[in-house]
Write a protein that binds this ligand. Structure first.
Ligand SMILES: Cc1cc2nc3c(=O)[nH]c(=O)nc-3n(C[C@H](O)[C@H](O)[C@H](O)COP(=O)(O)OP(=O)(O)OC[C@H]3O[C@@H](n4cnc5c(N)ncnc54)[C@H](O)[C@@H]3O)c2cc1C
Length: 445
């Protein structure tokens, strides 16, 4: 039997319900806490975890540079007036203004709301490539990044124990699919991890670790400034990464990756970094969508519904720079839109004035580890150590909390070796993509 959490008639203050506390949801709640007097509204958020994940630093977690807790911004410590309900929103009735959420025990609860903010983000996008859902590893959560690090280190342990050269080569081959910022960083940081780990495996001194990066696009970082692609490719190639551009994956098995150029790569590791699609919750809303994202106007409100707002990856916010396109799915847009959603929700309750979405592109940073990065702060392309300093400075500024601890990890990492340990928290049988991201969401290519 489900419970009802203060259904509408018993409430005095209007309730603002935020679904999903990632970049957009977190900054929306911070803004609401700042703008609304305590008696103006009840702030309620539903999220599966009690932290906001700072996703851009996940590649450093999988590479053993950062402790996983560094990328988890604790919600109970940083949101003062928000009632956080741990669980997943499942059904939303936009006519009766109710939401059914399921808690960690699988129990349903029903919530009423007066303002709804949809900030449930995105999930990994699977293409209809045979074997991906079963054999590829995703890269979007702390569990997946710890699992990847454990798995990579375990492959080296297993390679060191076998006398079969073919098995050894396959265990020492790591394939990443998708050369956007995720795949590029995973490969660049992963290569540094395995290089350091190899120093502790004298049995493997005559063998080579092979990292392969595959993308259908003609350049790495295809969605970013072209001037970042060349320097990033150079760093990858200098590290011996086998970059296959204009190439697609046709099949993934437990032991092989098959490519459209006819090659068949024996490998026990395939990391799937091809991109994301809006969270399945968006479909459950029954609201108009664009490219699978909730359609909103530049005030982030659903057309015809002054009580429903959406922001971040889940929302199709018209891009002021390209009016026919929604803004790209990036943390920067999600953060800014979250803030604006908070402001506009507050305005809809009579506090302040609403605004339209506009932004100034501040550029992008891609940290390749080992003192290398590419970045284009304010449209000036830079690479190498300067870009690396800019990238780290950017993340320190963008992190909502725990900056000192991240800086300490980085400083200590500069003088010591990274800890090469596996925690085995995730069984080797795996976190498959089909388990981590809710299916069905396979798309035709
Ligand atoms: C590995 C990686 C690296 C990245 N690096 C960068 C980068 O360097 N720079 C950059 O700009 N962007 C980067 N991105 C993209 C960026 O992380 C996203 O664009 C950003 O997180 C989107 O913010 P959001 O708030 O829309 O969604 P999210 O941050 O994904 O948050 C969504 C939240 O909603 C929750 N949720 C989902 N479904 C439900 C439900 N049914 N009920 C309740 N809660 C739900 C989720 O658990 C999550 O907490 C990266 C992405 C990845 C995967």
């Amino acid at each position: 039997m489900g419970t009802t959490i203060n259904r509408v008639p018993q409430r005095r203050r209007p309730r603002v319900l935020v679904l999903g506390v990632g970049f957009a949801g977190y900054h929306c709640l911070r803004e609401l806490e700042r703008r609304l007097p305590a008696d103006a509204a009840e702030l309620v958020a539903v999220n599966p975890a009690d932290y906001m994940l700072y996703v851009p630093l996940l590649p450093e977690v999988s590479a053993g540079v950062l402790d996983p807790r560094r990328v988890a911004v604790p919600l109970r410590n940083t949101l003062q007036r928000t009632r956080l309900l741990l669980g997943e929103a499942r059904d939303i009735d936009t006519r009766d203004r109710t939401c059914t959420m399921v808690d960690a025990d699988g129990q349903p609860h029903q919530l009423g709301w007066d303002r709804l903010v949809v900030t449930c983000g995105a999930v990994t996008r699977l293409l209809s490539v045979p074997g991906v859902a079963e054999h590829a590893k995703g890269f979007k959560s702390i569990a997946e990044s710890i699992y990847l690090r454990d798995h990579v280190l375990r492959q080296l342990e297993l390679a060191a124990m076998t006398d079969d050269p073919a098995e050894r080569a396959a265990r020492m081959t790591f394939v990443a699919v998708g050369a956007g910022y995720t795949g590029t960083e995973v490969v660049a940081q992963g290569e540094l991890l395995t290089r350091e780990a190899l120093q502790h495996h004298p049995e493997l001194r005559h063998d080579e670790v092979r990292w392969v990066l595959v993308d259908v696009a003609p350049r790495v970082l295809p969605n970013l400034d072209e001037r970042l692609s060349g320097p990033a490719l150079k760093v990858l190639r200098e590290r011996g990464v086998d970059v296959r551009l204009e190439t697609t994956v046709t099949e993934v098995t437990a032991t092989h990756v098959r490519l459209s150029d006819g090659s068949d790569i024996p490998a026990r590791t395939t990391v799937w970094c091809v991109g994301v699609r809006p969270d399945p919750l968006v479909d459950a809303l029954g609201l108009p969508t664009r490219k699978g994202r909730v359609e909103v106007d530049r005030r982030l409100a659903v057309p015809g519904r002054a009580d429903i707002f959406a922001a971040g990856d889940a929302a199709a916010v018209p891009d002021p720079a390209k009016p026919d396109e929604p803004t790209p799915m990036t943390a920067q847009h999600a953060q800014r839109q979250g803030r604006l959603a908070g402001r506009n929700v507050a305005a809809s309750l009579g506090h302040g004035v609403s605004g339209r979405y506009r932004y100034r592109e501040r550029g992008f940073v891609v940290d390749l580890g080992g003192g290398q990065a590419v970045a284009n702060p304010f449209h000036v392309p830079i690479s190498g150590r300067l870009a690396w300093v800019v990238a780290r400075g950017y993340h320190l500024l963008a992190l909502p909390s725990g900056r000192a601890r991240v800086a300490a990890d980085w400083l200590l990492g500069g003088v010591g070796r990274r800890p090469l340990v596996q925690f085995g928290l995730v069984p080797e049988r795996g976190v498959t993509l089909s388990e981590t991201d809710r299916l069905p969401q396979v798309e035709a290519r």
